[in-house]
Design a protein around this ligand. Structure first.
Ligand code: AMP
Length: 182
């Protein structure tokens, strides 16, 4: 099963990703984590990625698609994956042919996301208020069309991300089961 997790920062993608990963025994992969690893490298690419991430902007599509394609070629992803944070633009979605069976959207208001993020005390370098604001803006501008794209293809599972973790998880599982039996 190939699953995509989308939602604004703070919507609980990595929490649900880990739960789904253990429940279905499918590997979890996050493009944010991949880019954070690349950003640590003392190379030109590492420095460029770090700068873009810390400013809260998206990495250019071409680079993102190349990195994701490279990762997903690994044997551990041959039987499926749960990918968090990709595709985030229409260009990425259109390049991700056959990449997703279902796309889970954790819906949360900007206000609630900001409230949750402000309560965290393990803030990363790329979590400055400006960067968070830019990331939320990018979500509305670039990722909302991706949700529409998958909705039209009947692949979108929309869940209320403001509910309790367990409740969200149960809803996702139910929706995946009911779609599978169609
Ligand atoms: P995240 O942890 O998912 O919020 O990602 C952190 C940062 O990584 C983002 O702000 C972007 O700079 C970069 N990034 C992650 N996924 C993508 C993507 N699909 N397209 C472009 N940039 C991405």
């Amino acid at each position: 099963m190939k699953l995509v997790l989308l939602g604004i920062q703070g919507s609980g993608k990595s929490t649900q990703g880990s739960l789904l990963s253990s429940s279905f025994t499918i590997p979890y992969i996050s493009t944010g984590n991949i880019f954070r690893e690349i950003a640590k490298e003392k190379t030109k690419l590492g420095r460029e990625i770090k700068e873009v991430m810390n400013a809260g902007f998206l990495i250019p599509d071409e680079k993102t698609i190349e990195v994701v394609n490279d990762y997903l070629k690994r044997s551990e992803y041959a039987d499926g994956y749960i990918i968090d944070g990709f595709p985030r633009t229409l260009v990425q979605a259109e390049a991700f042919v056959d990449g997703a069976d279902k796309v889970i959207y954790l819906e949360l208001s900007d206000k609630e996301a900001l409230r949750r993020i402000s309560k965290r005390n393990d803030m990363r370098d790329d979590e400055t208020p400006d960067a968070i604001k830019k990331r939320i803006e990018s979500f509305h501008k670039f990722t909302k069309p991706v949700l529409k794209y998958y909705e039209k293809k009947n692949q979108l599972i929309r869940v209320d991300g403001s509910e309790a973790v367990e409740k969200i998880f149960d809803q996702i599982k139910q929706r995946l089961e009911s779609k599978r039996s169609l």
